[in-house]
Design a binder for this molecule. Sequence first.
Ligand SMILES: Cc1cc2nc3c(=O)[nH]c(=O)nc-3n(C[C@H](O)[C@H](O)[C@H](O)COP(=O)(O)OP(=O)(O)OC[C@H]3O[C@@H](n4cnc5c(N)ncnc54)[C@H](O)[C@@H]3O)c2cc1C
Length: 422
Amino acid sequence: MSGDTGKVVDKDVVIIGAGAAGIAAARGLQTLRPDLSILLLEAGDRLGGRAWTVGLAGTVDVALDLGCGWLHGARTNAWTDIAGDVGLTVDRTPAPWNGGRQIKRDEADVHAAQEAIGAYFERLESHEGGDIDMAGMLEPGNPWNGQIRAIGTYITGAELERSSVVDYKRYDPGPGPDWRVREGYGTLVSLYGKPVPARLGAEVRRIDHRRAGRIDIETNQGTLSARAVLVTVSTNVLALEKITFDPPLPEKAEAAARLPLGLADKLFLRLAHPEALPADTHMLGSTSRGATGTYQLRPFSAPVVEAYFAGDLAHDLEREGRDAAFSLAGDELAAHFGADIKKGLSVAAMSAWAAIPHIGGSYSYAEPGASDLRGRLAAPHDGRIFFAGEACSRSRYSTAHGAYETGVAAADLIAGSFPQIS
Ligand SMILES: Cc1cc2nc3c(=O)[nH]c(=O)nc-3n(C[C@H](O)[C@H](O)[C@H](O)COP(=O)(O)OP(=O)(O)OC[C@H]3O[C@@H](n4cnc5c(N)ncnc54)[C@H](O)[C@@H]3O)c2cc1C
C-alpha cells in the first residue's frame, strides 16, 4: 500500500512486542480490518512475553508458568473464554486467598494476622486526599507489619515505600475469582498468537516518524516501514530508551520511568517424594519477615513446589543466583516440614525477569503521584504511533488480561485511523 509520500510502505501496521497486549491487538485488527497488512515484531525467540510456560523434564503434562499464572477476575477475564476456544482447560480450584487450602497454623495467630492485614488494606481503601506511599499506612509497631510488607511486595513487586496508594486503590481486576489454565497461561497466550504474522528475534531500535504517511522502523534485521505503529514494550524498556523515537517522545520515557516494573520471580522445586507435601496447598514462608517466599505446594498435584519471591528479596536472589533461592526455599520449607524435606528437593526451573533485556522486570507499579501517568503512557501520538501493554491500563495494570484489554483498545483506535473500506 502507498503512503502519502508516494513511497511504498512494507506494512500498514507494525506491532512491536508479542506479549499479551501485542497479540491481542494483532488478533483484534485481523478481525476488524482484514484488509490491512500487519506484522508483529518480537525481540525474543518466542511469543508470549511475560506469559511463559515451560515443561517439567521427564513429564508430558506438567506446565510451569514462569510468568503470569492466575486468571484474575476470571469470570470476566477475556483469556478465560479464549482458553476454551483454543481447546485448553480452565481449572477452577479456589486460589489460596479465595478460600483455597492453606497450611494449618495456630488459629489465634491466623486470626490476629487476618485482622491486622484486613485493617491495613481497609486503611488503604479509605485513604482520601493526596497520594502517599503504601508504607505510610502501616501502624508503627504492629507485629504483623512483616507479613503486610511481604503481601505488599507480591502485589506490586516493590517495597511499600515505593508504591502509590492511589494506584493501589484504582486496581480492579474485574469480578470473578482467580482460576488457572491447566496447560499454562503462557501456553494460552502464545497459542492465541499463532495465526498472527510475526518475526521473532527482531529487535526494534529506532522509530523514525519524521515523514508524513510513513514510519521507518529500524531493527537488528533491517529497516521496515509502516503507516501505523503500536508499541507494547514494558515500561522498563521504554524508560531506558532502548527504542529511540525520532523526533523524540520524552513524555513517554518520563511516564514509563515513574511506572517502573516491580520484580517477582518464581522458583520451581522438583519433589522426589511428592507424598511428603499436601497437594494444592499454600504456605507463607515466614509470618514475621517481609523478605520471605510464598509457596504453592504441588499445584495441580504435580511433583513440584512453586516458590514466589518479590521486591528487594527477588532482586537479591536474582543477583546471588539460583543456589541462593534454592537454599532460602529449602530452609523455609524445612521450618514447616522438618529438615528431611530438603533431601528430596532439586531445582526444576527458575525465572529471572529483571535480567531479561527486553522485559526487565515483572509488572508495573506507580510511584506516589504517578498513577495518572498510565493515561499519558497510553495516549497515541500524532494518530499513528499507538501504545498498549499492562502499564497502560488504569485499573487492570500488572495483569495479562489488562494487557489484553489495552491491546484491543489500541486495535480499535488503529482500525479507525485508516480510511474505511466501502
Ligand atoms: C512472575 C510473574 C507473575 C505474574 N503473575 C500474574 C498473574 O498471576 N496474573 C496476571 O494476570 N498477570 C500476572 N503477571 C503479569 C503479566 O504476565 C503481565 O502483566 C503481562 O503478561 C504483560 O503483557 P504485555 O503485553 O503488556 O508485556 P510483555 O509480555 O512484556 O510483552 C512485550 C514484548 O515486547 C518485546 N520487546 C521488548 N522490547 C522490544 C524491542 N525493542 N523490539 C521488539 N520486541 C520487543 C518483549 O520481548 C515482550 O515479548 C505476572 C508476571 C510475572 C513476571
